[in-house]
Ligand binder design. Structure first.
Ligand SMILES: CCCCC/C=C/C(=O)SCCNC(=O)CCNC(=O)[C@H](O)C(C)(C)COP(=O)(O)OP(=O)(O)OC[C@H]1O[C@@H](n2cnc3c(N)ncnc32)[C@H](O)[C@@H]1OP(=O)(O)O
Ligand SMILES: NC(=O)C1=CN([C@@H]2O[C@H](COP(=O)(O)OP(=O)(O)OC[C@H]3O[C@@H](n4cnc5c(N)ncnc54)[C@H](OP(=O)(O)O)[C@@H]3O)[C@@H](O)[C@H]2O)C=CC1
Length: 292
């Protein structure tokens, strides 16, 4: 997405709107804190970065595409007047993760909050997955998030300071047809976070996950038009969430409001786990009962 497109994206708010979205939080909540957000060049990650910047945090952002990151950083600098570090890399490569974390720690002296937002998948029926596609999704969402979590935790322990991780996953408790690979990877992240919440509690490290439902964002561009339309009716509210719904939930978990919460999953999905059909790869004939 170039700078002009980022003002008028097809899905979700443009940068100007993003900078002014209402928030319940006070504007110095994260003053003096450093927040690292992966995948912050677009969509939900960008909204998370914008909100933390508005709340006083210094930002470090990473993702694969340098131009998207630099465009976002420019806006963040204008918004906050503070330094913003960008680091193009892939979370799939443990060496690139390590180099990025070292650079951020060196330049900013450390990180207070890590938001593992980078990730994704493609919509397809599980029978059609090939090995490369399966591995791409598992490697990105599960392995990539793990490298980030372990790298940050090691640095926190070395420095003898507490840490805080929020992982953006998906609302998977009822399964997600057309996204079996992502459910496996997100379940992995959730189980991992629960386990690490125990193992790393002695170091003052908290870990939590957000289970996102359909959230209108740049990510919707990855789906066919006829399937995207179903994202607006897959929950009893019959609408998609917005990126600020996720950003504010992340802040809740990362701020002192979350100080007694660890190993938890906060589902932000408009009730999708209670009711609603979700067919991102199209609805198979077998399930078209209401049309018989
Ligand atoms: C709970 C409600 C959910 C609501 C809806 C959810 C929305 C979102 O999550 S929106 C966020 C979406 N954003 C993304 O998904 C962006 C990131 N996605 C990706 O980067 C890719 O999807 C990726 C995870 C697969 C990584 O792609 P890439 O870096 O290009 O990976 P590789 O080159 O290693 O592998 C590509 C490989 O993957 C298979 N594949 C990709 N697309 C499809 C497809 N549409 N159908 C079938 N298979 C696909 C395929 O094997 C590719 O290999 P090649 O064929 O050789 O290209
Ligand atoms: N929107 C929704 O309804 C939902 C979204 N989610 C999850 O929320 C997160 C954000 O999605 P959203 O903002 O909607 O979509 P986007 O596609 O806009 O965001 C995905 C981000 O992840 C980054 N990314 C992807 N792969 C890698 C990688 N290997 N290394 C580093 N960065 C990477 C991308 O950066 P770059 O392009 O620079 O690589 C991009 O900024 C994703 O994990 C997504 O799966 C979960 C449930 C629902």
């Amino acid at each position: 997405m170039n700078s002009a497109d980022s003002q008028h994206p097809k899905f979700g708010p443009g940068d100007e709107a993003l900078a002014a979205l209402p928030t319940v939080y006070r504007d110095d909540l994260f003053a003096g804190k450093v927040v690292l957000v992966s995948g912050a060049g677009s969509g939900i990650g960008k909204a998370i970065a914008f909100l933390f910047a508005r709340l006083g945090a210094t930002l470090a952002i990473c993702g694969r595409k340098a131009d998207k990151l630099e465009d976002c950083a420019e806006k963040l600098r204008a918004l906050s007047g503070r330094e913003v570090i960008t680091y193009p890399m892939t979370i799939r490569d443990p060496e690139q993760v390590d180099a990025m974390l070292s650079a951020v720690w060196e330049r900013l002296g450390g990180v207070d909050v890590l938001v593992n937002n980078a990730g994704g998948q493609f919509a397809a029926h599980a029978m059609d997955f090939n090995v490369k596609g399966w591995n791409a999704v598992i490697d990105t969402n599960l392995n990539g998030s793990w490298y980030m979590m372990q790298g940050a935790a090691r640095r926190w322990v070395e420095q003898g300071r507490p840490g805080n991780i929020v992982n953006i996953t998906a609302a998977i408790d009822r399964g997600l047809t057309g996204m079996a690979h992502t459910t496996a990877s997100r379940a992995g992240v959730i189980a991992l976070s629960r386990t690490l919440a125990i193992e790393w509690a002695e170091h003052g490290i908290r870990l939590n996950c957000i289970g996102a439902g359909a959230i209108e964002s740049n990510g919707f561009n990855n789906y066919r038009e006829e399937n995207v339309s179903t994202f607006y009716s897959c929950n009893p509210m019959k609408r998609a969430g917005d990126v600020q719904d996720i950003a504010e939930a992340v802040v809740y978990l990362a701020a002192p409001s979350g100080k007694f919460i660890t190993g938890e999953v906060l589902n932000v999905e408009g009730g999708m786990l209670l009711w609603g059909e979700f067919w991102p790869a199209g609805k198979p004939d077998y399930f078209k009962v209401d049309q018989e």
